[in-house]
Design a protein around this ligand. Structure first.
Ligand SMILES: Nc1nc2c(ncn2[C@@H]2O[C@H](COP(=O)(O)OP(=O)(O)OP(=O)(O)O)[C@@H](O)[C@H]2O)c(=O)[nH]1
Ligand SMILES: [Zn+2]
Length: 293
């Protein structure tokens, strides 16, 4: 059996790259379906056969996995934002960062269009919250090399509100426009099964282009238990376990270490506001689910 990585999934076929320059088209063993474990783009697998007659035999344990896009084993999620039109609402960044954080995927923030607007307030908030932030301009090329260094050799997905410059930045990084074209052809935001593909660069960097924020998070947010949401905010980490009540929700409880850090200016107000909003949403979903027969 050979080892390789699934780089594309389409119509029940998985295309496995074993590093020898050709892709093996594989089916998945029926037992995966029985075990409710479909192979994902990004999976490291063992496969048999060759050419168009391959078979995925084993899936190595995943470090993380996502529903939309259906991918696994990301090394980082690059969230694109902008202080220029369309201005990014920090809540959108926090929501998608929480989804990544819940899967222990590091988040890198790219504040694009600095030729139009510095994006200083976003940069300040997220640097303070401990995220690596790269101000960039796809138009002037500013900051693109630094961003490239941050993702070099990694498997990364890009996300961001529509028009923020994902395709433009991917082009600057050397990923052909294909990524954008694939998304266009299949229609962004439509509720169809998306074609997912991992695009490699010569330096080993692999990218998965993802459509706007909405598709990345809607279903996945529902999988975060309200009790776990706090752990998806890495900036809260120094304060967790220090509240008066062990089951503190960090919303209005007395003796809450998170709220104290907020009042002391150690935590960003928008980060906590996003947490509170996501916490309410997580609570609603649980209640609703419990009402189902
Ligand atoms: N001035 C300036 N314009 C930019 C920059 N980056 C992207 N743009 C422009 O912004 C518009 C949207 O850029 P895209 O790269 O298509 O944005 P996107 O995030 O891929 O958009 P969606 O496909 O809707 O998700 C285009 O007109 C780009 O030329 C930048 O750094 N500076
Ligand atoms: Zn608390």
């Amino acid at each position: 059996m050979e080892r390789g990585r699934i780089v594309k999934a389409l119509s029940g076929f998985y295309y496995v790259d074993s590093g020898n320059g050709t892709l093996t088209q594989c089916r998945a063993r029926g037992r995966f379906r029985k075990e409710r474990m479909s192979p994902l783009v990004g999976d490291w697998v063992r496969f048999s056969g060759s050419g168009a007659q391959g078979m995925v035999e084993e899936i190595e344990p995943r470090r993380n996995s996502f529903i939309r896009p259906a991918v696994s084993n990301l090394d980082a999620l690059v969230v694109l934002a902008s202080g220029a039109n369309p201005v990014t609402d920090p809540f959108l960044i926090d929501r998608v960062a929480a989804i990544a954080g819940n899967q222990n995927v590091p988040v890198v923030l790219c504040v694009n269009k600095t030729d139009l607007e510095s994006g200083e307030s976003l940069t300040r908030i997220y640097r303070h919250a401990g995220f690596p932030v790269f101000p960039t301009s796809a138009a002037s090329g500013e900051g693109v090399a630094a961003l490239h260094e941050a993702v070099r050799g990694k498997t990364v997905a890009f996300t961001g509100n529509s028009g923020v410059g994902k395709s433009s930045i991917l082009n600057c990084l050397g990923f052909s426009v294909e990524t954008g074209e694939v998304s266009e052809k299949l229609g962004r935001g439509r509720h169809t099964t998306r074609h997912v593909e991992l695009f490699p660069l010569a330096d080993g960097t692999c990218v998965i282009d993802t459509p706007g924020f909405s598709s990345f998070d809607t279903e996945q947010m529902e999988l975060i238990l309200k009790e776990n949401l706090q752990y998806a905010f890495p900036d809260f980490a120094p304060y967790l376990g220090r509240c008066r009540y062990h089951d503190c929700a960090h919303l209005s409880e007395p003796g809450c270490a998170v709220l104290e850090a907020l009042a002391a200016g150690e935590l960003e107000p928008t980060r906590h506001a996003s947490y509170a909003r996501l916490y309410e949403a997580a609570k609603e979903i649980r209640l609703w689910e419990h009402k189902q027969p």
